[in-house]
Design a protein around this ligand. Structure first.
Ligand SMILES: [Zn+2]
Length: 362
């Protein structure tokens, strides 16, 4: 399995570095038959272009791996926190034979593939959930790095990129506010994925722990107001509620967002359960609460309404396959709605600026 992964990675790399530029060149020539000058990247010498593209490939791969490592840690959190165990001390162990995992076996994604999903000592299966969380969190970190960081925050409403897009700019002149926003947003997606899968555990994730996480993010927003991307009083600026001061406005943003998230989560859980007869999962309200705290009340309204629409559209398909899923546990059934919510939140993040403009939040 590991060998197949390595070979596919090499193929993707060669395609990105050698084949894709040629395809781009052909497409450009077809679209602009009269232009004599090429875009800078296509104009570059072959060696320079290969080097730049290799750096880009490494950059993206690094962000995937960074996310997968966070996912690996969140796996530990999802498993140990509901059990009331510490997450700071004690390395990872096999849940069956208590053997400590070595550094190589504990490597995100590769460790699981290398062991082919079985413990090295007792050969009992390690749940694919671990691998899936690491991949999902890795993909979330990678996608946000590409779409939010490399594009200079072009997806954020009210954000001016100041021409600081591109990989080279980020490395040579790091835009710290944007990097901080990226870390908070990517971290939020990681926790959403962790909570969605923590539904399958024996005990629910304690509300108190999540409130602590949300409080940490809230104080970060107040200490560093650049993290407050959308002001809480939009689009109702004219009402005269503004002008609370540089610290008080982010504080209001956190307060209104958390309250709105909790309330919308609570109301929508009834809509989903009674209206659609769907299994919600026990962390739904907490997930909405977290989105409200981090992204603001406007985003949590948009994301919940959008996922309601998407879920209504997908419901016939879900009904068609649900007899086949009848042997699934309740916890696994809730994954459908949770995946719908997280993917909608990611699409919202991708087109956040356009959506805010469309809905009059600018
Ligand atoms: Zn074992």
């Amino acid at each position: 399995m590991l060998m197949t992964l390595m070979v596919s990675l090499v193929i993707v790399y060669l395609f990105y570095v050698l084949v894709l530029p040629e395809v781009e060149l052909i497409v450009f020539r077809l679209n602009n038959p009269k232009k004599r000058f090429l875009p800078p990247e296509l104009e570059m010498k072959w060696a320079n272009r290969t080097m730049l593209r290799s750096c880009e490939f490494l950059f993206v791969g690094w962000f995937f791996y960074f996310g997968a490592s966070i996912g690996s840690f969140l796996n530990v959190v999802a498993w140990r926190v509901p059990e009331g165990r510490t997450i700071v001390f004690g390395g990872s162990k096999c849940p069956f034979c208590d053997t400590h995992l070595s550094f190589i076996d504990n490597t995100p994604v590769l460790g699981w593939l290398y062991l082919q999903g079985k413990c090295r000592t007792c050969r009992l299966p390690i749940a694919p959930r671990y691998l899936l969380i690491e991949i999902a969190v890795g993909l979330a970190f990678m996608w946000l790095a590409l779409w939010q960081l490399v594009r200079g925050g072009a997806n954020l409403p009210h954000w001016h990129t100041f021409g600081r897009e591109g990989l080279v700019n980020i490395v040579l002149d790091p835009p710290w506010p944007l990097i901080s926003i990226y870390l908070v947003h990517a971290g939020m997606f990681g926790i959403l994925i962790m909570l969605a899968t923590a539904n399958t555990g024996r005990k629910p994730f304690p509300v108190f722990s999540l409130v602590l996480i949300a409080l940490g993010l809230a104080s970060a927003k107040i200490i560093y107001p650049a993290l407050d991307v959308v002001a809480w009083d939009l689009p109702f600026v004219e009402t005269g509620l503004t002008g609370f001061g540089p610290r008080a406005n982010p504080a209001m943003s956190v307060l209104v967002g958390a309250l709105a998230g909790g309330l919308i989560g609570w109301v929508s859980s009834f809509v989903f359960a009674r209206g659609f007869g769907s299994v919600i999962g026990r962390h739904w309200v907490l997930q909405c609460f977290l989105v409200g705290t981090v992204l603001g009340w406007q985003s949590v309204v948009t994301i919940v309404v959008l996922s309601l629409i998407v879920y209504a559209v997908l419901r016939p398909a879900h009904r068609m396959i649900s007899p086949k899923l009848s042997n699934w546990t309740i916890a696994n059934q809730s994954l459908g709605l949770n995946a719908c919510f997280i993917i909608t939140a990611m699409v919202h993040q991708t087109f956040w600026s356009q959506l805010a403009h469309l809905l009059g939040l600018i």
